[in-house]
Design a protein around this ligand. Structure first.
Ligand code: NAD
Length: 351
């Protein structure tokens, strides 16, 4: 049976769903890879590296009409149309967009969504949200450092000294924790806040200070947090709730109180933003503050992002593979949770 790996078509995407290293795993499973010509090029993987591992290099159509398709992004209308009835697609599917799922159901394409893999220990090797969020947290911090007009670390030179940058991270999930670690490694002083009190220890364990607001009332919390934000040189916001609009944490009036030259990296830009003035997919300057609204950080680290994603995709695929045919074992909790479209029906009922 063939596994198609088409080239991603979404604007700005540089990742590929399967790297040459993963072709070995497909071969071991008894599967034959069909790669669209040049699909790995923007992530640094040449066709020849795939061919060496035994993959066939073909056109887009051949990759899309395989029995199994591995992708990064949900297929476009044209891509979905090219897929065969009965095929299995494993990919990020953005299941909140019903149209895409309906389209796959009407073409009788079965589809497993990476977003719907439960965050349990058995599913850890398939947790692409976490693998990509970690990379994103790292890359977002690098973006902040590059946009900030000063140093991150303390510097002592013959021309004088510079103080370390003060970084605040809001939201301490996977992306936030990696942002904290990266900022620490770059030499900044870092504070962080999350509404989940259990993150306090995680923040401390990576050498940052937790902003403690637990004993204050809701209104007082807002005031205290705003006072803190005013003192930040760099603010990295990652606060989000799955399937919902991101919480607004930085109002235009708070931003006005920050120092000119400060940088806000709003990692939740695609979910509506944690900052009122964020513009998704743009970098804007408001009141002297640079607000970064990049929405696809993993595409800016495409080599490692593809490597991790490819491993996650193949781990998930193994649950749908009997050794000789595609199987749908709905008694398996990971299969049942991730299978968004099956047998002409949309199974995903919402977050
Ligand atoms: P996550 O769910 O692991 O973490 C989100 C954290 O936000 C949680 O710890 C939650 O408790 C916290 N939170 C929720 N409401 C809050 C509030 N009002 N105040 C403070 N904290 C609050 O998510 P993640 O995987 O770390 O991703 C974080 C964000 O980054 C998401 O918006 C995600 O979409 C985004 N992201 C962006 C990219 C990109 O390329 N731009 C890539 C990966 C993730």
């Amino acid at each position: 049976m063939r596994v198609g790996i088409p080239k991603e078509t979404r604007l700005g995407e540089k990742r590929v769903a399967c790297t040459p290293e993963s072709i070995d795993r497909l071969t071991k499973l008894g599967l034959k890879a069909v790669l669209e010509e040049g699909a790995g090029l923007s992530a640094g993987f040449m066709d020849a590296q795939y061919a060496e591992k035994g993959a066939e290099i073909r056109g887009a159509k051949d990759a899309l009409c395989a029995e199994i398709i591995l992708k990064v992004h949900p297929p476009s209308e044209t891509e979905a149309k090219a897929m065969k009835s009965g095929a299995l697609l494993v990919s990020f599917l953005e299941p909140q967009h019903r149209d895409g799922l309906n389209r796959l159901a009407s073409g009788r394409v079965n589809a497993a969504a990476l977003e719907l893999v439960p965050r349990t220990s058995r599913a850890q090797s398939m947790d692409a949200l976490s693998s990509q969020a970690g990379l994103a947290g790292y890359r977002a911090t690098i973006e902040a450092a590059a946009r900030y007009p000063r140093f991150f670390p303390m510097m002592m030179t013959s021309a004088g000294s510079a103080k370390p940058a003060r970084v605040i991270v809001l939201g301490v999930g996977v992306a936030g924790l990696q942002a904290i670690s990266t900022a620490k490694r770059l030499g900044a002083t870092v504070q962080a806040y999350d509404i989940r009190p259990e993150t306090r220890e995680q923040v401390k364990s990576v050498g940052a200070k937790f902003i403690d607001l637990e004993d204050a009332t809701k209104e007082r919390q807002r005031v205290l947090l705003n006072d803190k934000l005013e003192q930040a040189d760099i603010l990295i916001t990652t606060a989000s709730v799955p399937g919902r609009k991101a919480p607004l944490l930085v109002s235009a009036s708070t931003l006005r109180r920050m120092r000119p030259g400060s940088v806000i990296v709003d990692m939740s830009a695609a979910q509506g933003g944690n900052c009122e003035l964020t513009v998704p997919n743009e970098i804007v300057v408001r009141e002297g503050i640079t607000i970064v609204g990049i929405t696809n950080y993993p595409a800016l680290v495409p080599g490692d992002a593809s490597q991790f994603l490819s491993r996650n995709l193949i781990s998930l695929l193994t649950l749908f593979w009997s050794g000789s045919s595609i199987k749908f074992d709905l008694t398996d909790d990971i299969v049942s949770a991730s299978l968004a479209v099956y047998d002409g029906e949309v199974r995903f009922r919402g977050y």
